[in-house]
Design a protein around this ligand. Structure first.
Ligand code: NAD
Length: 319
């Protein structure tokens, strides 16, 4: 089937990833063929068809799929790591039930393909933290991580049992200038740029040497589109692929920012998110993604920092 016949639905399109994914998928399929949906409409969606949708409402989801003849769903709605710890039962309900609704649509042949993101939060304190392998001990300690780990197993099961074409990436912390982060443990690495440009200082909620796997949003969007366009037989893992960008700590990113803003200073006041960060990998081995569907990262830390500072300033987006 050619690209022009695809009709895409993005669930959670108003979030950090959704805004940029909607824009990028629109370039491929045309704005009219990419339907954005979220709990409420955001001003960013001026051209794409938009539907107000609660991902927990299976009937409403079904109606939208039928109304727009949807062929693919990118299911991004979730409660993230930090917010999930404040509201564990609802995080579990949202993250799991909404996934079942989407998987069932494919099982019942209403749609052909699903993208569902997992996270480095599937790993836990017993996982080897350096160059974390694709297959390793996984004992996540957050509700978010538990829901992503369970989700991975369900995706794999739907593929094996029902032939559902579902594809997934374990995103590291994502850093972009076009949209705000939504309550994760790596959000500091976006906030720091806004504060650096506004006040030349930042108080980090993670300690100075807490290295975590991170990635520029542009790389993450490209990875998402590449895995969805890869031939089905190349997607050998139907749980989720490790995906590696760069690994850095608050101190590393502050040092890089100082090269552009010499009077920038950083202080450290770790909060509850420190324990979450401590349970996650410091760096990721993504050789399976490289081998199976040709993944290659573009942004290193200097390029990422320069790109963030230039674009936030140029587009007047400092908050
Ligand atoms: P986000 O919080 O910025 O956006 C999520 C969107 O989902 C929001 O616009 C929210 O309004 C919407 N939403 C929440 N509940 C909903 C519901 N019931 N029905 C419909 N929409 C609802 O999150 P994000 O950072 O864009 O993340 C998207 C996905 O990627 C999530 O599954 C997340 O776990 C995963 N992920 C993100 C990161 C990251 O660094 N951003 C890292 C790893 C994984």
């Amino acid at each position: 089937m050619s690209n022009t016949q695809e009709k895409v639905l993005i669930i959670g399109a108003g979030g950090q990833i959704g805004v940029e994914l909607t824009e990028n998928l629109s370039k491929i399929y045309g704005e009219n063929n990419v339907v954005a949906s979220d709990l409420r409409k955001s001003d960013v969606f001026k051209v794409n068809p938009f539907e107000v949708l609660d991902a927990l409402n299976k009937d409403a989801l079904f109606s939208i799929v039928k109304k727009h003849n949807i062929t693919q769903i990118y299911h991004l709605a979730a409660m993230l790591s930090a917010t999930g710890e404040q509201n564990p039962m609802f995080a579990w309900k949202l993250n799991m039930e909404s996934l079942f609704h989407v998987l069932d649509l494919a099982k019942e042949k209403h749609i052909k393909q699903i993208y569902w993101p997992s996270s480095i939060a599937v790993f836990g304190p017993t996982t080897p933290q350096e160059n974390t392998p694709q297959f390793t001990v996984m004992e996540p300690s957050t509700i978010y991580g538990i829901s992503k780990q369970a989700g991975e197993r369900w995706c794999e099961w739907y593929f094996k049992k029902h032939g559902v074409d579902v594809r997934s990436l374990r995103y590291p912390g994502l850093i972009g200038w076009k949209s705000a982060p939504g309550g994760g443990t790596t959000d500091y690495a976006v906030h720091i740029f806004h504060e650096a440009l506004k006040n030349s200082k930042y108080e980090s909620f993670l300690s100075e040497n807490t290295a975590l796997p991170m990635m520029h949003m542009e790389d993450a969007i490209r990875a998402t589109i590449e895995i969805m366009h890869a031939p089905s037989e190349n997607i050998k893992l139907r749980g989720s692929y490790n995906l590696s960008g760069i690994s850095f700590s608050p101190k590393d990113i502050a040092t890089e920012i100082k090269k552009h803003i010499p009077n920038f200073s950083i202080s450290y006041k770790p909060d509850f998110r420190q324990a979450i960060a401590d349970s996650w990998p410091k760096s990721i081995d993504d050789s399976f993604a490289q081998k199976d569907w040709g993944w290659k990262v573009k942004y290193d830390l200097p390029k990422l920092v320069e790109n963030m500072l230039v674009n936030l300033k140029e587009h007047n987006l400092v908050k």
